[in-house]
Design a protein around this ligand. Structure first.
Ligand SMILES: O=C[C@H](O)[C@H](O)[C@H](O)COP(=O)(O)O
Length: 279
């Protein structure tokens, strides 16, 4: 049986494999505007981009999703640009980001590292959003493997009211995410908000409710991804939610929250690619 160290090394190798393949497939030399997400997997995305060399990357501008990816871009010597400077009517060519869980329909849970609001804006600003992950993130339904709950970014003064509403909706023990060890109080996001983690029973897909035996609209605390997300985003005090859902990434050139492809580094050293047409 693999030791904890061996397992950790396998996960890192898997992330790196997926990142290099995703960049190879989706970063075309003619692209000029690239979104860079947050988290530990994106580190390998930036490594893969840097490996292309200045001949390719010097004409490109890289748009971060928060302080971590901003530092990553700068440390790699890539050109940093901000989504706030992207002119109206313009789009990023592609955006790469990680995920905490990916379901059969390419809905995502994101925000495990407290980044989701800027991530969603950058992903939805891209013509193509590409997700990069390791085998642990591949799951038939959201909430199957990721048990910590759906990350929800909230205005701090609204947190108690949001927690009440989440409990009414059937979330089991929703709570404000504490700060890192040594820091008193709640974690504070790049946007000055707090993060709530709201566990729900595994989220259904449209195909699960086709026969009418289940509505997925919150009865008995059972939700489809879309019904839950549509409800969560309307709670007063919620700034943004860590469900990336809605239109298929291939159906809309930009504005989609779902990826056009999700790359998973597998434990056997292969890379599994899921696209809307293969799910
Ligand atoms: O809040 C963090 C972001 O949503 C990350 O993209 C997500 O948590 C995945 O992170 P990692 O690549 O470290 O697993």
């Amino acid at each position: 049986m693999a030791t904890t160290t061996q397992q950790a090394a396998l996960v890192e190798t898997s992330k790196r494999l997926a990142a290099f393949q995703a960049v190879k497939d989706h970063l075309l030399p003619e692209y000029t505007r690239i979104g860079i997400g947050s988290g530990s997997t994106v580190v390998y995305v930036v490594e893969a981009i840097s490996a292309l060399g200045p001949a390719v990357t010097s004409r490109m501008a890289f748009y971060p999703t928060g302080s971590q990816s901003e530092e990553l871009i700068e440390a790699a010597g890539l050109n940093l640009q901000y989504i706030s400077k992207l002119p109206a009517g313009q789009q990023l060519d592609v955006a790469f980001d990680g995920a905490d869980e990916v379901d059969d329909d390419l809905n995502l849970i994101k925000g495990g590292g407290a980044c989701l609001w800027q991530e969603k804006i950058v992903a939805a600003s891209a013509k193509r959003f590409v997700c990069v992950a390791d085998f642990r993130k591949l799951s038939p339904r959201l909430g199957t493997a990721w048990k910590k709950g759906i990350p929800i970014e909230v205005l701090p003064m609204a947190a108690p009211r949001v927690l009440d509403e989440l409990a009414r909706m059937g979330s089991q023990n929703p709570r404000v995410r504490p700060g890192l060890p040594g820091k008193a109080g709640a974690i504070v996001t790049d946007n000055g908000m707090w993060m709530i983690d709201a566990p729900f029973a595994p989220l259904l897909l449209p195909k699960d409710v086709e026969d009418g035996s289940e509505t997925g609209s919150g009865t008995n605390s059972v939700w489809t991804v879309d019904a839950l997300a549509d409800r969560l985003i309307k709670i007063p005090g919620v700034a943004e939610i860590g469900l990336f859902y809605g239109k298929n990434g291939l159906e809309v050139a930009a504005g989609a929250q779902k990826p056009v492809a999700a790359y998973f580094g597998m434990a056997d050293g292969t890379v599994q690619v899921k696209t809307p047409t293969t799910t």
